[in-house]
Design a protein around this ligand. Structure first.
Ligand code: OSB
Ligand code: MG
Length: 369
């Protein structure tokens, strides 16, 4: 593949309802959309999952734009790309900045699959025709509000509920949910809101038969998570702590988790995501695909990776309409009874809606080889 041109667009989209985690709340999503164009004028699309501010990880829209413009795109333009799984190595002399790397890598994977006239899922080695999904519910104003929302998504058929937890919004909240939904596949995500000093509070969650607790401790920790896992019955799932195959290998070896949430952007792209998937499969660690409140392009990439075999647990890839009045792809991602039918068209399998993209674009810049 010869990448001749890349267009970076800075988009801003309003979320239908604010999303609140243990870090705070946001209503709008800003992100970079990457369009990579080859010598035949075929476009591949990638979405950068970094947020406007560095609360989830250290990357932001601006740091990613800088990395793409000044480092990653020049490397992409340098020489033809044999296969998208070679980019990981080409980018490896640049430390971290995984979300920036993943955004351009994802666009080139889409382009590759489009040129081959195969679905991205197939290009990645995925075979599922349908995937099961769950939904992630932010912290609410009251437990009654939360119960109403859980009820709504149960009725819609989502396969598992994830609720955000933090000290003071945890044991009692989960107890209430369990009282009303005794058999619901349920989990909590703490986004690092706890430390080992909270061990009694975390142990108290063991009585509720949660599928897992996601990232209870610090985002840069795998040692304390191992200590915690040894004392918890509930499986720990790591999100923020896993940036690479090597991180996953070490966490598994230490016993820091029994499940891993794979986010393509967090681990630096689809190639690394696949490697982590394979490692986890060998070690009997189930994985599922996390979400970063993606618009349609990122959502489509999540669907594609979830078709790999060891994505055995429902991910956070909810329907487009859960987040957006109008998504940037056609058709938008639809969920029926907790199932997404994997698209069969080439590449990401959804048409990008250029008119809609233009409406959401704050600024754009074209880079040429
Ligand atoms: O921790 O998984 C997380 C959203 C933004 C940043 C981090 C997380 C989340 C979610 C929602 O839980 C996932 C989604 O619906 O896309
Ligand atoms: Mg999480």
């Amino acid at each position: 593949m010869n990448i001749k041109q890349v267009i970076l667009r800075h988009l801003q989209m309003e979320l239908k309802s604010p999303f609140t985690t243990s870090f705070g709340s946001f209503n709008t999503k800003e992100f970079i959309l990457v369009e990579a164009i080859d010598e035949n004028g075929i476009s591949g699309w990638g979405e950068c999952v970094a947020f406007h501010s560095p609360w989830y990880n250290e990357e932001t829209v601006k740091t990613c734009w800088h990395m793409l413009e000044d480092f990653l795109l020049p490397i992409v333009f340098q020489t033809p790309i044999e296969h998208p799984d070679k980019l990981n190595e080409r980018f490896s002399f640049i430390r971290k900045n995984n979300m920036a790397k993943s955004a351009i890598e994802g666009a080139i994977w889409d382009l590759y699959a489009k040129k081959k006239q195969i679905p991205l899922s197939k290009a990645l080695g995925g075979e599922k025709k349908e995937i099961e999904v769950g939904i992630s519910i932010g912290i609410q104003k009251s437990v009654d509000d939360l119960l109403r929302i859980v009820e709504k998504y149960v009725t819609e058929g989502y396969r598992r509920m994830k609720v955000k937890i933090k000290p003071g919004w945890d044991v009692e909240v989960i107890r209430e949910i369990r009282k009303h939904f005794p058999d619901l596949p349920l989990m909590g995500d703490a986004n690092s809101a706890y430390s080992l000093q909270d061990i009694d509070r975390l142990k108290a969650l063991d009585e509720f038969n949660l599928m897992m607790i996601e990232q209870p401790l610090a985002s840069d920790d795998i040692v304390d998570h191992a200590k915690l896992q040894a004392q918890l019955q509930t499986p720990i799932c790591l999100d923020e702590s896993i940036h690479s195959y090597e991180d996953a290998r070490k966490a598994i070896e230490l016993g820091s988790c029994r499940i891993i949430n794979i986010k393509i952007g967090r681990v630096g792209g689809l190639t690394e995501a696949k490697k982590i998937h394979d490692l986890c499969q060998t070690n009997n660690i189930p994985v599922w695909c996390g979400g970063m409140l993606e618009a349609g392009v990122g959502r489509a990439h999540n669907i594609a990776i979830t078709t790999l075999e060891n994505f055995t647990m429902p991910g956070d890839t909810a329907a487009s309409s859960h987040y957006w009045e109008r998504d940037i792809i056609n058709p938008e991602v639809k969920v029926h009874n907790g199932i997404i039918v994997v698209p069969e068209g080439p590449g990401i399998g959804y048409e990008v809606d250029r008119r809609q993209i233009d409406l959401y674009t704050i600024s754009a810049k074209t880079y040429k080889a």
